[in-house]
Design a protein around this ligand. Structure first.
Ligand code: ZN
Length: 340
């Protein structure tokens, strides 16, 4: 019995000794050596980093927001991302995260986001933010400017900043006094429901029908993406039920004409923001709202699949998406009965 106990005690002592020795060796190695990352950019070694995730998140932040010096920077395009390789190095080699960051930042191209107010799709003035652009449009509306139907807001992503103007200056340069003629004064806000097949007028009324009709033409999806709001849904950002289908898609995504036809509207239209309306045969019209850019103009013929605009968030919108509507003689039908 005693012998067994002694044996156990000896082996325990040995085990503790080995543990302590291992611990000391590991601690020594950790003190003398530490894992470090050699950083390569574009196949060129540019330095060492001890904290790769911290360095990379600093780079990611720069790409997403810029350096903070210019508040109009929307994002920074970096052609090459650094690559990290773990290596063991003696202490004494100092990581140069700042230098690495500068080197990566040097290759980046900042993109500035701002807004153009255009007349007849020609960019006239530039403003720094969307609310200024909207107030310019509202002011022109309030002053009953004769060109209000041809005024639109364009979201710009450019590598150079334009010369911005204040709202008053923008209004002053865009305002056009209305020359009143009897014909114009009896005109009802320019929007009429089409009564015949193909027409130059269109309607943004809340007139809608939940039972589908035959369109007599086939449509394709203008964009692919996630459906964020369905036809007929009610939301607190809208006054009535939803007359279209919302498809979430990144800003700048090309919007395709659902079918061939003639553009009857290409410009800013109230809560739908930058809007394109295309008239097809059989009195069918398709609507593409909240666009950031419009590539077509009224009167132009477009073919099915032709890119007519870019997805955006202009007008009454909380994020980039396409508002897609299908109307027949002014009545809105559920786009999901035909596409999506
Ligand atoms: Zn919508």
């Amino acid at each position: 019995m005693k012998k067994v106990l002694i044996k156990i005690r000896t082996s325990m002592k040995f085990f503790i000794l080995v543990s302590i020795a291992t611990f000391i060796i590991v601690a020594l190695v950790a003190f003398l050596y530490k894992p470090i990352y050699s950083v390569t950019l574009n196949r060129e070694k540019i330095g060492y980093s001890a904290d790769k995730s911290k360095l990379q998140s600093r780079i990611d932040d720069y790409i997403e927001n810029g350096d903070g010096e210019n508040s109009y920077v929307a994002f920074v395009q970096v052609d090459n991302m650094p690559t990290y390789n773990v290596c063991l190095l003696k202490r004494g080699i100092t990581p140069n995260d700042d230098e690495i960051f500068e080197k990566v930042a040097e290759t980046g191209t900042p993109y500035y986001k701002y807004y153009a107010v255009s007349e007849d799709n020609e960019e006239k003035v530039y403003v720094a933010d969307f609310s200024t652009a909207e107030s310019v449009v509202q002011e022109l509306k309030d002053k009953d400017s004769s060109n209000i139907d041809n005024i639109s807001i364009i979201e710009k992503y450019e590598t150079d900043v334009a010369d911005f103007v204040q709202a008053e200056e923008a209004v002053a340069s865009l305002y056009k006094e209305k020359v009143e003629t009897p014909a114009q004064s009896t005109r009802a806000s320019g929007i009429k429901v089409a009564s015949t097949g193909s027409s130059k007028s269109f309607s943004t009324s809340s007139n809608m029908s939940r039972s589908p009709v035959s369109l007599g033409i086939s449509l394709i999806k203008p964009v692919t993406g996630t459906i964020t709001s369905r036809f007929g849904s009610v939301s607190r950002i809208r006054s009535g039920a939803h007359t279209g289908l919302d498809i979430g898609s990144p800003s700048g995504t090309g919007v395709k004409a659902a079918a061939s036809g003639t553009v009857v509207w290409a410009g800013y239209k109230g809560s739908l923001g930058n809007l394109v309306v295309i008239s097809h045969s059989n009195g069918v019209q398709t609507y593409y709202g909240h666009c950031s850019k419009i590539y077509v103009s009224a009167g132009q013929s477009v073919s099915q699949g032709q890119v007519i605009s870019a997805v955006g968030s202009t007008g009454n919108s909380t994020g980039p998406h396409l508002h897609f509507e299908i109307r027949v003689n002014g009545v809105a039908y559920n786009p999901q009965s035909y596409v999506y």
